[in-house]
Write a protein that binds this ligand. Structure first.
Ligand code: PLP
Length: 387
């Protein structure tokens, strides 16, 4: 079959994997005004934008507290430091994720214990987690926490994870770097990412669904003590008066400029989420029978940080899509337990679903400024590529 190409279909226009330029065109003036306001008040650190952003985001996601941080990685490290991990304390995480999740565990003093994922949804598999907890104990580790990851935007199975954590006395942290805007059913309503786990860390890296113009992140929690300790660690471990160190901390603060940008991005985020869902619906419908889209359990809604499918001849299809003018990405070609940095933490047994996912996943263009026509073009090109 002949491949369609965007160049042969000028009405489709070039397709971006993530389109930050189109987004900037919507908000440029308002962002400039916000940045000017920071220049005027001159509080580049801890300016009023930080509290405004924290209040806005906490309210939006339904969490009591939001702690704005310098990156998504710091948003993971800080609550893990707050847990006071000791030598030999195990933190369980999926091996199919970005390296930052495991780096955070190690930097905070924990031992990462890699778990397998659900073969269709790519998030941590609660049954495998239970088995790894037993193994970790048998190897002399002390289970302390689970760091679940909401891969590609789909919230992890928090209900099951909560009950395991409660039974085992473990802390539960959600790595929501990719899932801001995701939801899970709760009491006849939909609860937002940020309120699904006792502690949630998200990232505002520019390419994320809610991204700044630089690095940024946030921690969400309902727990007053966790909030207080995270605030302290974010500011070098100082007390509330920022006079003395009461614990070891770091510089994990978000800059006022970044909060200024994020306030304007947050103002359009929920409309953008609807647009992401519109694109996803076109993909879901059009790709039926062509590839397996990431499984989204009932009672869960993706934030569509990415739209990812799984297929046998991934690399061939990727090449064909590229020729047709459809950019794609592979997250992640190598699961963490295969990476050199994490060799000192070999998993307790094989991780077949992580291995399979890394050779099968392909992420398609996903952003709110894709037109219906472009989304349908992606589907057409995909159909031609797999034919
Ligand atoms: C799953 C996951 N965790 C953590 C991070 C780290 O976030 P940041 O880049 O903001 O430090 C990322 C960023 O890509 C991520 O995808």
């Amino acid at each position: 079959m002949t491949m369609p190409a965007t160049k042969d279909r000028p009405e489709v226009g070039p397709i971006a994997f993530i389109d930050l330029k189109a987004q900037q065109a919507q908000i440029r003036e308002r962002v400039e005004a916000r940045l000017m306001a920071v220049l005027d008040h001159g509080r580049y650190i801890a300016g009023p934008e930080i509290e405004e952003l924290e209040t806005l985001l906490a309210e939006k996601v339904g969490a009591k507290h939001c702690v704005a941080c310098s990156s998504g990685t710091d948003a993971l490290i800080i609550p893990m430091m707050a847990m006071g991990l000791n030598r030999g304390d195990a933190v369980f995480l999926p091996a199919f994720t970005y390296n930052a999740t495991a780096n955070a565990v190690i930097i905070a003093g924990g031992v990462p214990v890699f778990c397998d994922v659900d073969p269709d949804g790519f998030n941590i598999d609660p049954e495998d987690l239970k088995a790894r907890i037993i193994e970790a104990k048998a190897h002399g580790l002390t289970p302390r926490a689970v760091c679940a990851v909401d891969l590609f935007g789909v919230p992890a199975p928090y209900a099951a994870l909560r009950s395991i954590c409660e039974e085992e006395g473990l802390a539960l942290l959600g790595d929501a770097a990719q899932s801001f805007g995701g939801q899970q059913a709760r009491n006849e309503d939909w609860a937002w990412v940020g309120s699904l786990a006792p502690i949630t860390a998200t990232s505002f890296f520019p390419g994320k669904a809610l991204g700044g113009y630089g690095d940024g992140g946030a921690i969400f929690t309902d727990d007053d003590e966790t909030n207080e300790v995270c605030q302290s660690i974010r500011w070098h471990g100082t007390d509330a008066a920022r006079a003395e160190s009461v614990r070891v901390g770091l510089n994990g603060r978000m800059a006022s400029f970044q909060a200024a940008v994020l306030l304007e991005k947050a103002a359009i985020f929920w409309d953008e989420l609807e647009a992401r869902r519109r694109v996803a619906a076109i993909y879901d419908e059009g790709l039926k029978g062509l590839a397996a889209p990431q499984a989204i359990p009932s009672g869960t809604r993706s934030g569509y940080g990415y739209y990812t499918v799984s297929l046998d001849d991934r690399d061939h299809v990727r090449e064909k899509l590229g020729e047709a003018g459809v950019p794609t990405a592979v997250y992640y070609k190598t699961p963490l337990h295969r990476m050199k940095a994490f060799a000192p933490y070999p998993p307790y047994g094989p991780l077949p679903n992580c291995e399979a996912a890394s050779s099968r996943v392909l992420s398609l263009p996903m952003h709110p400024y894709l037109t219906d026509e472009q989304a349908r073009f992606v589907v057409e090109a995909f159909a031609a590529a797999v034919a």
